[in-house]
Design a protein around this ligand. Structure first.
Ligand SMILES: [Zn+2]
Length: 200
């Protein structure tokens, strides 16, 4: 399975779950970290450190953390990008920041809310980005208990992309991860980065 961790930035998402990152390192679990530009600007040094660690694959989690749309469609109360130019900017502004700061070129993009309309999907593909959905939203945005999070991870199907948050140190995600790892290992699970994106 692939564990993916979102760092969403903004008022409710600019912190760092240091204990969670330590767990991944101690257990040598490769993970994909989707970093939003607002989070990156608040955590520049850490962004460099994470990107230089081969355990971590860096993904692009958007510039303003909004749904990717060409007509401003709102999802979960968040207004989306309103035209193609804004779609491109939502992807590339953060991309340039990540490249400048870390020298790594993320190949995967995940929008805030995970919404994309058909045109936005086309634009992202033309820019060469894979769009990273998920199979299991294991911590519901860091709102559930460690026990629920661990169960969601352990119940994930083979090959699952599991979404979690890495910006809620006071939530249950870190503890849930810690509980899930031995249970997953017992079941023979192993962890991989997302593969190279491919386009039809
Ligand atoms: Zn997010």
């Amino acid at each position: 399975m692939s564990l993916t961790f979102d760092a969403c930035g903004g008022a409710n998402g600019s912190l760092v779950d240091v204990a969670l990152l330590d767990t991944l390192r101690r257990e040598s679990i490769p993970a994909t970290l989707f970093l939003n530009e607002r989070w990156v600007r608040d955590n520049r040094q850490l962004t460099r450190v994470l990107a230089s660690d081969p355990l971590f694959q860096i993904g692009n989690h958007g510039t303003r953390h909004v749904p990717l749309s060409v007509n401003g469609r709102a999802v979960d109360g968040v207004t989306g990008t309103t035209n193609a130019h804004e779609v491109v900017k939502e992807i590339l502004h953060n991309q340039h920041t990540l490249v400048d700061l870390t020298g790594t070129q993320p190949q995967w993009f995940r929008s805030g809310t995970g919404y994309y309309d058909d045109v936005a999907i086309e634009i992202a593909a033309q820019l060469g980005f894979g769009l990273a959905g998920w199979t299991v939203d294991a911590d519901s945005g860091a709102t559930t208990t460690p026990h629920q999070i661990a169960d969601a991870m352990v119940d994930a199907p083979d090959g699952a992309i599991v979404r979690l948050r890495m910006d809620h140190p006071f939530g249950g995600t870190g503890a849930g991860l810690k509980t899930a790892i031995p249970r997953l290992r017992e079941r023979g699970a192993y962890f991989t980065h997302l593969p190279q994106p491919s386009f039809p």
